[in-house]
Write a protein that binds this ligand. Structure first.
Ligand SMILES: [Zn+2]
Length: 174
């Protein structure tokens, strides 16, 4: 793949600072409903990571497991368990008709409809995990060229800049 044209990256330092306000809630626990949904999606259905495409059944296949993931996991989306009490069931109903009140909302939270299948890397890693990326950076991951890194650490950013300089110099001497 010729990625020369995108090697001219520019850094956009992201000063991500926020305070998420979480209503008081019980300590997070894995409910029986969550465990059933997780097993259904990951084991019975063998669903792929929605970002990189690896499945539980293909973790051992290097051609399918390019990120060296070690597990398939499930992530609450769009409604985090901890924010359930801050959610208006009637607003959820607009997109998920099965939710009509507080009780059906609670059932929805741990159901497959509110769970994303993600491998451990796309779930929790600092560089591409949904827990650490801004929404726009996570949303584009399934579509990126294999070797493009959208969120770099400082060492990688320095390497990318050095590479840019080398490219610019060689272009200048041509
Ligand atoms: Zn993945």
């Amino acid at each position: 793949v010729n990625t020369e044209h995108i090697d001219h990256v520019h850094e956009t330092p992201l000063n991500v600072a926020w305070v998420e306000l979480t209503p008081p809630h019980d300590k997070r626990r894995e409910t029986a409903a969550y465990q059933r949904s997780h097993k259904f999606l990951v084991e019975d259905q063998d669903k792929s990571c929605v970002v990189c495409g690896v499945r539980r059944s293909t973790l051992g296949d290097p051609t399918q497991n390019k990120l060296h993931s070690t597990a398939l996991e499930t992530h609450h989306f769009p409604i985090e368990w901890s924010l359930m009490d801050a959610v208006d069931p009637l607003k959820v109903h607009r997109q998920y008709s099965q939710v009509i009140d507080r009780e059906t909302l609670e059932a929805f939270i741990d159901s497959p409809a509110n769970l994303l299948v993600l491998c451990d890397i796309c779930h929790r890693s600092k560089q591409r995990g949904i827990h650490h990326l801004l929404a726009q950076d996570f949303a584009i991951l399934p579509f990126l060229l294999d070797d493009y890194i959208v969120v770099a650490d400082q060492v990688q950013a320095a390497q990318a800049e050095a590479h840019d300089e080398a490219v610019l110099k060689s272009e200048a001497t041509q």
